[in-house]
Design a binder for this molecule. Sequence first.
Ligand code: GLN
Length: 206
Amino acid sequence: MPARTRIGVLALQGAFAAHIGVLKRLGAEVREVRLPVDLAECDALVMPGGESTTMSKLLESSALFDPIAKRIDDGMPVFGTCAGMILLAREVLDGRPDQRSFGAIDIAVQRNAYGRQVDSFETDIAVGGLDDAFHAVFIRAPRITRCGAGVTVLAEHDGAPVLVRSNAVMAASFHPELTADDRVHQLFLSLVDETHAGRVAVSTRG
Ligand code: GLN
């Protein structure tokens, strides 16, 4: 990775500390993003799991929503996991009426869709680009119910995509930061490198 590349981790709420740990293990320079001034110093952004309704509110009160939307429009690489994926989705089913999302990737997601009784589970999934299975942890996970034509499915579970990519936007319905396996974050860092080398098209929001 070029020395100047700095990965921001949205640190308003949720599982941001674990993402920071993985990214540092991989040798990335990392910055917690709580205010627009933090974002301005980052070349890419990770949006963690947590509670998407709360994060949506905090994005407004911290004045981060609009600057992040603008940076995504301009092609900043971004990786959302679980609640972070909900924030990136074009369409959110079962969201709160006042919940906002960036519409950065053409997917529809249904919040908390993997069953009422068993809210959380773990399973091995095959990920495109990785040689061996990845152990994926799902916690009150959103289910992807629709993928647009420009979206690449990198992994599926139980007939639904669980890791997707479109241009410089990656999203996972599971929590890759909660295992000792750093390979999904490595995929994102490769995407960051490719984007900065000009080999990835700019995202189109809608
Ligand atoms: N169910 C949460 C939401 O809707 C997401 C859960 C998670 O990020 N682990 O925001």
